[in-house]
Write a protein of this length. Structure first.
Length: 506
């Protein structure tokens, strides 16, 4: 196994599955679904081998390094640390969940749908394992267009508007990121070093204050759009509402994490002085996002849109934890990314369960679902409580650590974050109570006999998320142990800059 290209296999096995689908007749829906599921499961199984990562060993493990475009110093360099490991496993798991859930709802253009889903896996996984900045950019772009097709072809009635907004926002951010990548590579080479896009070479170089500031802003816009941070979040609710359920699972569970990962991997270690300078601004924006997302979610009439706005609030906790520059906050930010992927992915899945039966998501049209769908109500309740941070479930760990880190930074910052934790309980429990424990609406009464509880396929797709939301809530140590050393390295990199920030820029 020492010479086996494990990371390449994890990334490109789904691509092989997509290629295999080309030779399968479009009418062979069953074969198409099994090929897609089989390749996704194989990628997931291979990703579990990354649990052999040694936190006390080298910074990046399972490395692969091959020349690619040598004239420009571009190489095919892959490697993972603890942060990458947990995000790669989350990505492969949620991809399997999305593919299993899609079994029944997707009945048109089945072959194209599963091919695009597999290509989306390639892009997302490549982002988390790239150690060459140009390669990172390539995978980042690869992850954009499959989601464009998923929303644009299999989405709701306003899918074209949602996809165009999604692409415009994301593509503008991507181009700014490319400019920043080129700028740091050119600055490194201008000092007499070989021209390279190697992350490890470019990290730690003494860039000028002006370049750090401009590059930080460019990276920030690319990653903040993806997170998404207020006020760059407006594409997210439209994309979620129009996306098919599996698309929403991947969008919330993985694609938003690309932005958080970008901040942790690039902005902080690569540009530490700028990170220190801009930290108060980003913390302020994170607090606005946390509060804004909660307040807007509270007044949403659509269940799916409510969960979408809750993502803005929850991802605000990620940004807050990342930029308070202490161990508790940063570990909480990473754990929050993992927990949010599990809980919000599950909530979108469960909203999809009722939508497939009623073709409606209006909270006012529901009511009394607990009486007709008791198992469904129990699962919705479980993930609702996880989302609001009930102790014993995974949502509590990340929020607790972020608030703890915020207290070390500033008591008022922590107070705002704690207040929003209360607001999240209000809007989630209010939605849960109206949909499941009030008198059924007249509209719902008309279709009451046709409602069914969760199917076998829905149980199968939800089962791993049920296990994880409880297991990580009761015993979070495996995740925290995996990310401890990488978090220490990031904080050391920022502290190594003295937290003095930038000097005069011009």
């Amino acid at each position: 196994m020492n010479n086996f290209p494990l990371l390449s296999a994890i990334v490109f096995v789904p691509a092989l599955g997509a290629l295999l689908l080309l030779v399968v007749p479009s009418s062979a829906h069953r074969a198409i679904r099994w090929i897609a599921l089989g390749t996704a499961l194989l990628s997931f199984g291979l990703s579990l081998l990354l649990l052999g990562y040694d936190p006390a060993g080298a910074e990046f493990q399972f490395r692969e390094n091959l020349p690619w475009i040598e004239f420009f110093g571009i190489s095919y360099t892959l490697g993972v640390d603890g942060i990458s490991v947990v995000l790669v496993i989350l990505t492969t798991l949620l991809s399997v969940v999305a593919i299993v859930y899609s079994w029944e709802p997707i009945q048109t253009k089945v072959k194209a749908y599963y091919a695009v889903m597999l290509l989306l896996m390639v892009g997302m996984l490549g982002v988390f394992v790239s150690l060459d900045l140009f390669l990172f950019y390539v995978f980042w772009e690869v992850s954009l267009f499959p989601m464009y097709f998923i929303i644009g072809i299999w989405g709701g009635p306003r899918r074209i508007y949602a996809t165009m907004k999604f692409v415009i926002y994301t593509l503008v951010g991507s181009l700014l990121m490319l400019v920043a990548i080129l700028a740091v590579a050119i600055a490194y080479a201008s000092a007499g070093n070989p021209f390279t896009f190697s992350y490890e070479a470019l990290r730690g170089f003494a860039y000028t204050d002006t370049l750090q500031a401009l590059a930080f802003i460019a990276f920030f816009l690319a990653f903040a759009i993806k997170v998404p941070m207020w006020p760059l979040h407006t594409w997210l609710p439209d994309a979620h509402v129009e996306a098919p359920t599996a698309g929403s699972i991947i969008l919330a569970g993985v694609l938003l994490k690309l932005g958080g990962y970008g901040f942790l991997r690039f902005n902080l270690p690569l540009l530490p002085d700028a990170s220190a300078t801009f930290a108060p601004v980003i913390i302020a924006l994170a607090l606005i996002a946390i509060l804004y997302g909660a307040l807007v979610a509270m007044v949403q009439p659509d269940m799916k849109k409510l969960v979408a706005y809750s993502s803005v609030s929850h991802m605000g906790f990620v940004m807050l934890g990342a930029f308070v520059f202490n161990v508790q906050g940063m570990q909480g930010a990473i754990f929050q990314m993992i927990s949010h992927g599990i809980t919000t992915g599950a909530l979108f899945l469960l909203v999809g369960v009722i939508y497939e039966q009623t073709h409606d998501r209006e909270i006012a049209h529901m009511g009394g679902l607990n009486a007709r769908l008791p198992a469904y109500a129990a699962m919705f309740g479980l993930f609702t409580f996880a989302s609001i941070g009930l102790p014993g479930l995974s949502g509590f760990i990340g929020e607790f650590l972020v608030v703890l880190g915020a207290f070390s930074y500033n008591g008022w910052v922590a107070a705002v974050a704690m207040f929003v934790v209360i607001l999240s309980a209000v809007y989630m429990l209010w939605m849960f109570q109206r949909a499941f424990f009030t008198v059924p609406s007249d509209w719902l009464r008309r279709i009451w006999p046709s409602l069914r509880d969760m199917s076998r396929g829905e149980w199968v797709s939800l089962a791993p998320l049920i296990v994880l939301v409880v297991a990580l809530g009761v015993y979070p140590a495996p995740i925290l142990d995996m990310i401890e050393v990488p978090v220490d390295r990031i904080i050391d990199a920022v502290n190594g800059a003295g937290l003095t920030g930038l000097g005069p820029l011009w």
